[in-house]
Design a protein. Structure first.
Lengths: 313, 617
């Protein structure tokens, strides 16, 4: 029964109804007045880019409390801009007017090289680990162990601009003797996010997958199938966790304040709570040198970082 | 009443409190129901919005890679708005009105899966088949989400409609209840108030009526109406007050009556006069004795001035007397008052200050002392006579012996001397005069020192009869030769019922003889002397000796019993005085009634018995 037909006109005009509707409208009006847009009017805006480490909606949701906290502490409006691809962040950094971004280790290294961004800080977990590593995995029931086993199979990478989702499996395949992976595998593709790579293998949409361990661990904590049904064939050396890097030319005092806030979050109860939601214990300082391992690794596998094309096609 | 009023107050308070609570609860219930309906409406609206958002995202998905595709940011925005809309539904998850909270919770998982698939469409770089599959999967997920929402909210719509109907019924019932409460509540309050007000006013009215009756002087009025509570106590108190008032009034009236009677029946004159101001001395109240004493009526006296009753000389002293009274002095004086007929009479006045009701008056008690003055004068005269009598008796005693010597000497000389007839007659007249002097002296002694009576039982009738006979014998003596010629008839009317009495027979015979001779003297030529005896009802014996002689004039009547008063040329004036004294020695009295020219009557009253003391004497 449609609701609007059950409430007759007489009832709608009833004074009690009118009074309540009035209060409701007043309440709605008050709520609108309290909207962030009004509160943030006149404030400076800091645009932060975000790579699709996991699905774009979850990724944005994960970082929203953090940037809101930073905006509150800095007294600026912090806007999050999620990107559909890892590599886009490099291409669109200037075009999208980004002031900074949470780069992955590889994109961070590329950005450092190409854009001259300044690394500020990266998260560290409760165990004091601020790095991740890449994993190559298959379904246990696929019995894939060797290069021969992999031949003619489907391989799911994350993105050419990822360390764990591209550089590390590429290195792993090279070590296995697979030099031309495109012909070795029946199909290779890029899921764009680590979670999709993991679940594609789990759901047999791909036979071999690569992703970063931090995403794997977070998903495995919620979904036991990951550890039960997947087998990790290889892991890489650790590389710096996704870090915040800011564009050159950004107000130094703002940069300094931003860095200070990030590094002091674990001392602030509110910051501590945000860190817990984020899945980290604190932020630690990140230096340009921290990305050297990535650059060395890329060089080791023969990638020209200066002219690196991250087009996944 | 206090208890009932308290209970009534509690009832009214409870009515207000319960009514207030009920109305508040009703209002809250209505508001709650309305909020529920509004929330359900919001849910309905949100569902529509959610479906629209999903369709929008689905459209974005379908248009992807087409010329009309939205950019990535817009897609993300649409996806987030879709999620926020569904989160709006999730916010109602804990609300009791949400009938599908659990199922809506499952939508979150479907949405997240949908978002994941949407994300995959935009992040995936693969062959067209995979891209197509991803797109199709995402689209199918979107459709599934819509279907899920449709399924959930179809059921929700039914439940919402049911709840809305229930809410409307509840609102209608509450509205009816409000109307009933608002309509009947005041009537109930008025009813309770009217009951208590009526109860209260009826009691007050009964009491007011009762007090009015008392005020009008109806002290017999009692509250007979049956009253309750404090009014019953008040009514009892009123009735007791009425009885007490009546008793007090009766006492006051009794006292007033007593004093009125005392005032009215007092033998003495009582005046109440103004004591101050220009009207000082004006009589404002006088009793009957005062009116009678002055020959006025009470009404005539009231309003007169006291000076109108005083003799002119005394009247000049009235202001001074009033001043003395105002100074607190209680004055006692003897003054002359004037009667209405102008005659004056002596009054002994006793006057003082009377303060009453804040005013000051003169209260005067006046006593007519005319009789007392007369008695005093008589006593004084009697004393004077007694003194004269004593002197006369002493003188007589001194004269008696020389007279006897003179008489004997004259008799001897008259016998021994050879005297001529003329000389003998001289001697004889001397002897007669001496005899008369002796008789006079004897009578004088009898009056001044009457012999003491010797009481014995005497037959009074016999004594009277003997006295009449002796009188008749006396009449034949030479001394009464002239009387013998008179034609006097003696009549005796003696009562045979007379008892013997205690008396001195010789003294009473002397009295009767004196009175009979006095009657003979009073008759000029002929007449009747009547002797009458009787026993009166009081047991006394009355003897009346009456003649029809010349009688006494007024002055003679007044002085008849005074010594030395006589109407005869040769009388000593002691006969009636001696008789009176002898009768009085028998504790009797003698009265004289007489009219000039018609005769006189002496009435002697004697007791049958003398008292012991007298009798012993």
């Amino acid at each position: 029964m449609p609701l609007n037909t059950t409430i007759c006109r007489k009832d709608i005009l009833n004074p009690v109804w009118c009074l309540l509707l009035f209060f409701l409208l007043v309440g709605c009006s008050d709520q609108q007045e309290g909207m962030p847009s009004a509160q943030n009017e006149g404030k400076a805006t800091l645009r932060i880019g975000l790579i699709p480490e996991i699905d774009i909606f979850s990724q944005k949701k994960r970082y929203e409390p953090l940037v809101k906290y930073l905006g509150g502490k800095l007294g600026v409006v912090v806007e999050l801009k999620i990107l559909s691809r890892y590599g886009n962040i490099l291409n669109n950094f200037a075009a999208d007017g980004l002031d900074g971004a949470f780069f992955g280790s590889f994109t961070g290294a590329l950005a450092f090289k190409k854009l001259g961004v300044t690394p500020l800080a990266r998260p560290e977990d409760k165990k004091g680990i601020s790095t991740y590593y890449g994993m190559v995995f298959v379904r246990k029931d696929s019995h894939i162990k060797s290069a021969e086993d992999m031949k003619g199979k489907r391989c799911a990478f994350v993105d050419k601009a990822t360390t764990a989702g591209w550089l590390l499996p590429l290195h792993f395949f090279l070590e296995l003797g697979i030099e031309d992976y495109q012909h070795w595998f029946a199909e290779t593709y890029f899921t764009g996010t680590h979670d999709n790579a993991i679940y594609d293998v789990l759901n047999s949409k791909a036979d071999i997958g690569a992703a970063k361990n931090t995403v794997f661990n977070r998903l495995a904590a919620k979904d036991s199938r990951l550890r039960e049904e997947l087998e990790i064939l290889s892991t890489s050396m650790p590389v710096p966790e996704n870090a915040l890097l800011v564009r050159p030319g950004l107000d130094e005092s703002l940069v300094a304040e931003l860095k200070k806030i990030l590094l002091g979050m674990d001392q602030d109860p509110e910051g501590k709570e945000i860190l817990a939601q984020f899945g980290a214990a604190r932020f630690i300082e990140t230096m340009a040198a921290d990305y050297q391992v990535v650059l060395d690794f890329a060089e080791h596998i023969g990638l020209d970082m200066t002219n690196y094309n991250d087009d996944n096609n | 009443m206090k208890r009932k009023a308290f209970i009534g107050l509690i009832i009214l308070s409870l009515c207000f409190v319960v009514g207030g609570i009920y109305i508040t609860a009703g209002m809250n219930r209505v508001v709650s129901k309305l909020q529920d309906i509004i929330l359900l409406q919001q849910m309905h609206s949100q569902r529509k919005t959610l479906v629209e958002k999903i369709k929008e995202v689905q459209t974005d998905l379908l248009l992807k890679d087409s010329p009309h595709a939205v950019n990535f940011d817009t897609f993300v925005q649409h996806g987030e708005e879709m999620a926020e809309t569904l989160n709006g539904c999730f916010s109602c998850h804990d609300h009791p009105v949400n009938p599908l909270g659990e199922k809506i919770g499952k939508l979150r998982l479907i949405l997240e899966a949908y978002q994941g698939k949407l994300s995959r469409v935009y992040t995936l770089r693969a062959n067209s088949k995979r891209l197509g599959d991803a797109k199709k999967n995402a689209y199918d997920a979107g459709e599934d989400l819509q279907h899920a929402i449709g399924r959930i909210f179809l059921k929700a719509d039914i439940q919402i409609a049911e709840r809305t109907a229930q809410a409307q019924l509840s609102i209608a019932a509450t509205r009816k209840l409000f109307i009933v409460l608002v309509t009947l509540g005041p009537f109930f309050v008025l009813l309770v108030s009217a009951y208590f007000f009526g109860h209260f006013t009826r009691g007050v009215k009964v009491l007011a009526t009762a007090f009015s009756k008392i005020q009008e002087g109806d002290l017999e009025y009692r509250i007979a109406a049956k009253m309750d509570d404090e009014f019953r106590h008040l009514a009892d108190a009123f009735n007791n007050m009425g009885r007490s008032l009546k008793e007090q009034c009766r006492r006051v009236e009794s006292i007033q009556q007593r004093y009125r009677m005392l005032f009215e029946s007092a033998a003495d004159s009582i005046f109440i006069m103004e004591a101050e101001g220009e009207e000082a001395g004006r009589i404002i109240s006088a009793n009957k004795a005062a009116a009678d004493a002055h020959g006025y009526s009470v009404e005539e006296l009231t309003g007169m001035h006291i000076r109108d009753l005083d003799d002119p000389v005394v009247a000049t002293k009235i202001p001074g007397r009033i001043r003395r009274i105002l100074n607190g002095e209680w004055i006692k004086e003897v003054v002359l008052h004037r009667k209405k007929d102008g005659t004056f009479f002596p009054m002994e006045i006793s006057a003082g200050l009377l303060e009453y009701d804040g005013n000051r008056y003169v209260l005067a008690f006046d006593r007519d002392i005319t009789e007392r003055v007369k008695a005093d004068e008589a006593l004084q005269r009697s004393r004077q006579l007694a003194m004269v009598g004593e002197m006369a008796a002493g003188l007589a005693h001194e004269i008696k012996n020389p007279l006897a010597g003179i008489k004997v000497s004259i008799e001897i000389l008259a016998e021994e001397l050879d005297l001529g007839q003329e000389d003998k007659e001289v001697f004889l007249r001397i002897i007669q005069e001496v005899n008369r002097l002796e008789n006079l002296v004897k009578n004088l002694l009898n009056y001044a020192r009457p012999p003491k009576p010797h009481f014995e039982l005497v037959d009074l009738n016999m004594l009277l009869a003997n006295s009449v006979k002796n009188t008749q014998v006396v009449l034949k003596s030479p001394n009464h030769f002239a009387d013998l010629k008179k034609g006097i008839l003696f009549l005796t009317e003696l009562s045979p019922e007379l008892p013997p009495i205690h008396a001195d027979a010789s003294q009473l015979q002397q009295v009767f003889l004196n009175l009979l001779l006095n009657g003979i003297d009073a008759i000029a030529e002929s007449g009747t002397i009547t002797v009458h005896s009787s026993l009166d009802q009081a047991g006394s014996i009355q003897v009346v000796i009456k003649d029809n002689g010349r009688g006494f004039d007024e002055e003679g009547l007044q002085k008849a019993f005074q010594p030395f008063f006589t109407t005869k040329s040769k009388g000593t004036g002691l006969g009636l005085a001696i008789s009176k004294r002898l009768v009085e020695q028998h504790k009797g009295h003698v009265e004289l009634t007489s009219s000039k020219g018609e005769g006189s009557a002496f009435t002697i009253t004697l007791a049958v018995k003398q008292d012991n003391e007298v009798f012993i004497q």
